[in-house]
Design a protein around this ligand. Structure first.
Ligand code: NZQ
Ligand code: ZN
Length: 386
């Protein structure tokens, strides 16, 4: 295990009706609140009304219509609102897109140049208006990390950013809010959490036993509870376990002490830079193909651990048989969630593959991965996904 600093102070208020603590949390910062949300799911679920009632006495400025894969122009709009209304605290209510956008809006309030600068160059992110989130879609882990992923549709770039002060001050995770999710978003969120664990699991093989055991627990929680949440959308325990697994998958715990970049996310970000693709769905298409591509002798011990510890495959077989069974089980699982398994199913063809491969290798530092990929490798992976 490598040296690391673990630094995560987000206060998590987990469970039914925890939203009641909002006024107490917000009063730490002031009365001017920027309420950031998406395309309307919080209005349909009633959460919007609940929050407005709770925040009676606060001045609420709204920044609505944050789109999935949030655009830099939307983030700019939010940052401008922060400046013109002297916002004290940002309340992000939604999924990863809303929370990601809110974090960069909060940073943009202290920056005079165009917001895209802060995506290209995260070191420009210094101060950030305090962020409080109310999560409605579990998967990204954005409620408990510093990251944001922002898309520039003019340049076809989707890129991560974030600074030391981008961590949400507090997040409310009420599993009942996830009960209104459409099945495809439940599946996508589950695959996203699974993917964060598997990316960390495969990125270094350096005896980080605790981190790997936590990743295994995340994957096992998703394997157990995602099918239940899809079958019974109002099953509280299924929603609760998926939500907590998602937060733990990407709050630092599973990745610290394991150096190296991620591969699948770098490629998925290229797909959604060019196409309006749901993040978790793109990952579900890529993961099995990537696993098959990187399967080789050197990495076999990780595959065997993955097969035996996550999928319960009998260890008394030869290693490559365990590895192939593990990949098959991964495919079967994503299929059982009704997730598309090919790019063709989500209407993506090979038009932009060359540009995507080039950018993925560069932005994702894929040549530095435990299993390095060059542009040709990424092209092959993308073509196999068709
Ligand atoms: O916009 P509304 O109307 O709210 O609808 C949303 C949206 O259409 C809907 N939704 C959310 N909660 C709902 C609901 N519908 C019904 N009931 C609810 N309770 O779901 C749709 C998708 O929402 P979105 O926020 O886009 O999904 P997600 O949470 O998966 O976020 C995806 C974004 O996060 C980034 C992704 O790249 C993508 O841009 N990621 C952020 C990360 C981070 N900050 O650490 C890491 C991830 O790997 C990921 O890259
Ligand atoms: Zn992800």
């Amino acid at each position: 295990m490598d040296n690391f600093v673990f630094d995560n102070a987000t206060k998590i208020y987990f469970g039914k009706d925890q939203v009641k603590v909002l006024p107490t949390i917000l009063e730490n910062f002031g009365k001017n609140v920027l309420l950031v949300y998406g395309g309307g799911s919080i209005k349909r679920s009633g959460l919007y009304d609940t929050i407005l009632e709770l925040l009676n006495g606060y001045t609420i400025i709204e920044c609505a219509n944050v789109e999935p894969n949030p655009h830099h122009t939307t983030v700019q709009r939010g940052a401008d609102l922060c400046k013109s209304h002297h916002i004290d605290v940002i309340l992000a209510v939604g999924g990863g897109s809303v929370i990601d956008a809110a974090k960069v809006m909060g940073a943009g309030a202290f920056y005079d140049g165009p917001i895209w600068d802060m995506v290209v160059n995260p070191s420009l992110i210094k101060e950030v208006i305090p962020i409080v989130s109310v999560l409605t879609l579990s998967g990204t882990g954005s409620e408990m990390n510093r990251g944001s992923v922002i898309t520039n549709t003019e340049l076809n770039i989707k890129k991560g950013t974030g600074g030391q002060n981008s961590l949400p001050y507090a997040s409310i995770i009420d599993p009942t809010y996830m009960m209104t999710l459409p099945p495809i978003q439940t599946a996508a969120g589950a695959i996203d959490a699974f993917s964060h664990a598997i990316e960390n699991y495969f990125k270094a093989d350096n005896d980080a036993f605790m981190q790997d055991a936590l990743s295994e627990a995340v994957m096992k929680a998703v394997i157990k509870y995602a099918p239940i949440a899809l079958k019974e959308p109002t099953n509280y325990q299924a929603r609760a376990n998926l939500a907590w697994a998602s937060s733990l998958a990407l709050n630092g715990l599973t990745g610290v002490g394991k150096p190296g970049p991620w591969a699948v996310h770098a490629i998925e970000h290229e797909l959604s830079a060019y196409h309006d693709l749901t993040h978790g769905i793109g990952l579900g298409i890529l993961i099995p193909v990537w696993l098959g591509f990187i399967l080789e002798q050197e990495l076999m011990p990780i595959f065997v651990r993955y097969g035996v510890n996550v999928w319960g495959i009998n260890p008394n077989q030869d290693d490559s048989s365990i590895a192939y069974q593990a990949i098959d089980k991964t495919i079967e699982f994503f299929k059982s969630l009704n997730a598309p398994l090919t790019l063709t199913e989500v209407n993506i063809d090979s038009t932009h593959f060359a540009a995507m491969a080039k950018s993925a290798v560069k932005l994702g530092r894929l040549n530095q991965h435990l299993f390095p990929l060059d542009e040709n490798d990424v092209m092959m992976i993308l073509n196999q996904c068709l």
